[in-house]
Design a protein around this ligand. Structure first.
Ligand code: XUL
Ligand code: CO
Length: 488
């Protein structure tokens, strides 16, 4: 207040609790600067009441600077208000932050502990930490201009190992806190899901567990999850069946397990609708990991399952790029399968490493892949959901800056993919080629096949009369790949 700064020796509560913290006392304000991989700026009074906390004080809001810029903390292609094919980039690309990778995961793997500090100045496993993650997450999203977040129930609160009622009370508290902190901002929940794979009770699956008691715990988590989806106004509710599958058929009643998953989904659909959940339910297919064989292997399998159990009106696909490649498909293939079945809902934006056989969840940097993905998304008329960065930094990329670099890479790669996909469509050579390739169905016998106004006998008679057909025209793959490169 007086403009006089007094630097005192450090001897107060906060420094006692947290090592590695410098405290400067300026008049009656205490400025705490945490000297750690995450520099946190805290402004508090001498009683310890915190008035302001900045989790990423060294990082200013990320701006679009264009492709000539060499500033690493800027967008080169993502220009939120730029209009492409009648919509702004921001409207095409509803980016979301995945709570679990960005605010929880420290880089731990089965060979070593974490390398990144995701404590945000609080002790892990406490509600103070849960709240610090909300505050840090909001600051992070605002600095990047990201409007959506996605989370598992267990990402936002520590799970009580003895009593699910305690966990549920914490969920009430944290969702109140999220609502309070996002009030007046444009930050919203894209989708939420329940972690029904980490807790030991789910070792044999959740909906597919051999234990009816465990099935009920999955139901209890999903019920609470749906209530929170409604409370936070989520656009979607995801089921990723990490442990819904099997290791060996020697101990598995596959029919019973699949039927029970369908029962759980049906209960969730009916309960969700009864409490006013108007969004989409999503299945996120994945062929394996952690299970050897997961029931939602890929989009085609999941769509067939939904149709069999009458769930196809309420469910869509959440397609993850890395899951597609684990299934032996391209990302583009999974998007196309979903789109042509009217079930393209949302996307988990990441990329795998084809030399590694697991889900590496890397930030998308391959522009060729994002171009072909955005081509599918544009042709399908967009996503009802968004692009959730189910992506994490590599273990050695462990600073706060790296968290931003990851998102900048992903957002720019999708923005450039959008620009290039729109150019492919506007160029028209690819679409024209495909149209022409099937032109034999525009008239004559082909038209009758399309109209289903011809029988097997008539088709056979037509063929016999011709004796031998001409070879179909060339597929021209190399030429088409050159067209794409030409557009690049
Ligand atoms: C796991 C995965 C999940 C889902 C949500 O591979 O992708 O994080 O996105 O449960
Ligand atoms: Co995912």
């Amino acid at each position: 207040n007086t403009g006089i700064a007094i630097l005192t020796s450090i001897n107060n509560k906060i420094t006692d609790i947290w090592p590695n913290i410098s405290v400067i006392i300026i008049n009656k304000w205490k400025v705490v600067y945490k000297l750690y991989s995450n520099n946190i700026l805290i402004i508090a009074n001498l009683k310890g009441d915190v008035f302001m906390k900045e989790f990423f004080p060294n990082i200013s809001p990320i701006k679009f600077e264009g492709s000539e810029s060499k500033n690493p903390l800027s967008f080169k292609y993502y220009d939120a208000k730029r209009v492409i094919m009648g919509k702004t980039m921001e409207e095409h690309l509803s980016f979301a932050m995945a709570w679990w990778h960005n605010l929880c995961a420290s880089g731990a793997d089965m060979f070593g502990q974490g390398t990144a500090d995701k404590g945000f100045g609080e002790n892990q496993g406490t509600m103070e930490h849960a709240k610090a993650k909300v505050d840090a997450g909001i600051e992070f999203m605002q600095k990047l201009g990201i409007k959506y977040y996605c989370f598992h129930d267990t990402d936002i609160v520590p799970e009580d190992q003895e009593d699910i009622n305690v966990t549920n009370a914490r969920l009430d508290e944290i969702t109140d806190y999220i609502l309070e902190k996002t009030k007046g901002t444009d930050i919203k929940c894209l989708w939420t899901t329940c972690n029904m794979f980490s807790n030991p009770r789910f070792m044999n699956g959740a909906g597919s567990s051999n234990s009816a008691d465990v099935f009920c715990f999955a139901a209890a988590q999903a019920k609470k999850g749906l209530e929170n989806a409604v409370k936070l106004g989520a656009k979607g509710f995801v089921f990723w069946g990490g442990r819904e599958g099997y290791e060996t058929l020697l101990n598995t009643d596959m029919k019973l397990e699949e039927e029970n998953i369908a029962t759980l989904f049906t209960m969730c659909r009916d309960y969700g609708r009864s409490i006013g959940f108007k969004g989409d339910f999503y299945i996120e297919p994945k062929p394996k990991e952690p299970m050897k064989h997961q029931y939602d292997f890929d989009a085609a399998t999941a769509i067939g399952f939904l149709r069999k159990y009458g769930l196809d009106k309420d469910f869509k696909m959440n397609i993850e790029a890395n899951h597609a490649t684990l299934a032996g498909h391209t990302f583009q293939h999974e998007l196309r399968v979903s789109a042509i079945n009217g079930m393209l809902g949302s996307v988990d934006a990441n990329q795998g490493d084809t030399l590694l056989g697991w889900d590496t969840d890397q930030f998308p940097t391959n522009v060729y892949d994002t171009t072909l993905a955005m081509y599918e998304i544009l042709k399908a008329g967009g996503l009802s959901g968004g692009l959730n960065f189910d992506s994490k930094n590599r273990r050695p990329s462990n600073t706060a800056e790296d968290m931003f670099y990851g998102f900048i890479a992903g957002m720019d790669t999708f923005a450039l993919g959008l620009i290039k996909a729109a150019q492919i469509i506007e160029d028209g050579r690819i679409d024209e080629f495909v149209k022409e390739r099937y032109s034999s169905y525009n008239s004559g016998i082909g038209e009758k096949i399309r109209n289903r106004s011809v029988t097997l006998v008539e088709c056979a008679e037509y063929a016999l009369k011709m004796k031998k057909p001409e070879l179909p025209e060339s597929g021209r793959q190399e030429y088409l790949e050159t067209v794409v490169n030409n557009i690049f």
